[in-house]
Design a protein around this ligand. Structure first.
Ligand code: COA
Length: 199
């Protein structure tokens, strides 16, 4: 059940009260995040000073009520430091979700995201009954590629011009895990496989 945590890292459902702190983080991290952020073809960039995250959070919570999205905040020592969103959730014969994530540059490199991805994946598979978790990453995004490598996601192939990122359609590499890969769960497998214990 949510919220979930391991040591200093947690994931919890986003709320409307997260709007202001996340707006600050997003604005403070423009150059860090911009090149990896999803954009909408034909629309101007929305993240200018004074923008409000409230409509986006409202949409995320609506999608969560519909069962298609799990919108989480990543916390570190009880402070919001980023977001992890499971989208495109489908049940039945697919039973799959796709994860996206970001964290603030000032806490990067502490192994926060792998733990957050493991917590969310275990929740989606064990509590929500999903069978497959997918993460799609631009081939240039070496930091994110390290996240899936450390977690042992399987490479499934290149998707040309797959997602509109930073103003253009970008190639993505697809990685996935299925329930058969994780008899003990992803967090337990990750912690057992890595010597890192910072978080
Ligand atoms: C990708 C991202 C979520 C990784 O989060 P994280 O919590 O830092 O993950 P980790 O601590 O496991 O670090 C992953 C890799 O990032 C790199 N890294 C670490 N600190 C870094 C820093 N300050 N700046 C840049 N890269 C850094 C390292 O290669 C690290 O791998 P290592 O553990 O083998 O050294 C984070 O870099 C981020 O938010 N980037 C911008 C948004 C983004 O790319 N989202 C993902 C889109 S698919």
């Amino acid at each position: 059940m949510l919220p979930l945590s391991h040591r200093d890292v947690g994931v919890r459902l986003i709320t409307k009260r997260d709007a202001a702190p996340l707006e600050h983080l997003l604005l403070d991290n423009r150059s860090w995040l911009e090149q990896w952020e999803a954009t909408h073809p034909g629309l101007l960039r929305p993240l200018v000073p004074g923008f409000s995250l409230k409509p986006a959070i409202k949409n995320l919570l609506h999608a969560h009520r519909q069962g298609t999205t799990l919108p989480l905040v990543i916390t570190y020592r009880d402070h919001a430091v980023g977001q992890l969103t499971a989208s495109g959730i489908q049940y039945g014969s697919l039973s799959s979700a796709q994860l996206g994530y970001w964290i603030s540059e000032n806490v990067a490199g502490r192994g926060i995201t792998p733990v957050a991805v493991a917590l969310a994946s275990d929740y989606l598979m064990r509590s929500q009954g999903l069978h497959r978790i997918e993460i799609c990453i631009r081939p240039e995004n070496s930091a994110s590629l390290r996240v899936v490598e450390k977690l042992g996601f399987r490479y499934e192939g290149r998707r040309p011009n797959y997602i509109h990122i930073d103003g253009r359609w970008r190639d993505h590499d697809s990685f996935a895990l299925t329930a058969e890969d994780l008899p003990q769960g992803l967090l337990s497998r990750y912690l057992g496989a890595t010597a890192r214990r910072e978080v």
